[in-house]
Design a protein around this ligand. Sequence first.
Ligand code: FEO
Length: 403
Amino acid sequence: MRTLLAPSVHWVGVKDPELAIFDIVVPTEHGTTYNSYLIQGSEKCALIDTSKANFSKEYFTHLEKHLPLQKIDYIVVQHTEPDHAGCLREFLERHPEVTLIHSKPCKRFIQTLTNLPFNSMAIESGDELDLGGKTLRFFSTPFLHWPDTMMSYLVEDKILFSCDVMGSHFTSETNPEIFNSLLDEKDYLASIEAFKYYYAMIMRPYKEHIIKAFELLEKLDVQMIAPSHGPILDMEPRFFFDWYRARAKNYLLRLNGQKVTIIYASAYGNTAKMMESVKAGLLDAGVEVAVFDASSSAMAEMIDSIELSTGILLGTSTINAKAPEPILHLIANLVVLSMNGRKAGVFGSFGWSGEGIAMTERICEVMKMKIVQEPYKVQMAPSSAQLEEGREWGYNFGLKIIE
Ligand code: FEO
């Protein structure tokens, strides 16, 4: 198995082929890897990230085949999520003289993760570190995927260590190789699907930050992308940049668009009737409308529609003083999108007191959506006059979308 990215640049990560669910919510059909890289200059040595704590024994064994820990001068802590920084505490216990290189926001994360003192070197975008024939240039790329995230570029070898960005949860079941150029066609295609799925499930909420980061990286000559998960992308690195950039531009489509997604759950058809009048009002206002019945629509289609919508309207019935499962299930899946500031409203029919509507509205507020008008509520079946109110309610919401 090849582990050498370039002269004196080694992959020293670990594989986790058994992982079935990442971060509690992301199914990982092909397991994953926790990539860590060792760069040995003629004067100094640096490590890019570490690994997940559960794999510390394997990780340190792997690393110490190359050199004793005490010979490592720097660890570039690109991100403190414990899948990458989980071995940091043990590293500091065994070699407290090492210097940790990190973004400014990262320092507090390291302190709270390790609860140990450490030598700190905070970077800003463009700072360089000379290891002796190997120069690392650093970029602060916040929110990719946490506020602490940074990337590193190895100038002489044109390798971008991209952290979570352009990563994938993939490790081949049959092929030990970790470079995408060394995968067979079946594994290569599976790794591409895993790459796309990883974006959809993990990086998608951060589109505006991807656009900003890629502007920073624009002028780099990148011959190889070394992400923190999945295959090292030594074949067609440009494809992966371009694919990310094209998806991230969806953010601009939403900002410039006038679309509203309505998602509703209706036990006896009353909330569905209300939805029809709200939809008519939105169309009167001239906005584009997409409608989904939460109990029968594909989650991916609802999420894709919300992603491109300026506004979201949730229609909910109330069951046992709560919003029903299809609405709560949808809300749980909004974790893959950024909902901050998204214009929202809630409507629904109820039998006794309508707690499902208040509950849904409250959750929207906690998710930092902007509730732009009072809910549209009807007890039991909506009358003609109440349906007309709903049309006006939808119209007013539409005006707030195009304003
Ligand atoms: Fe792979 Fe955000 O950690």
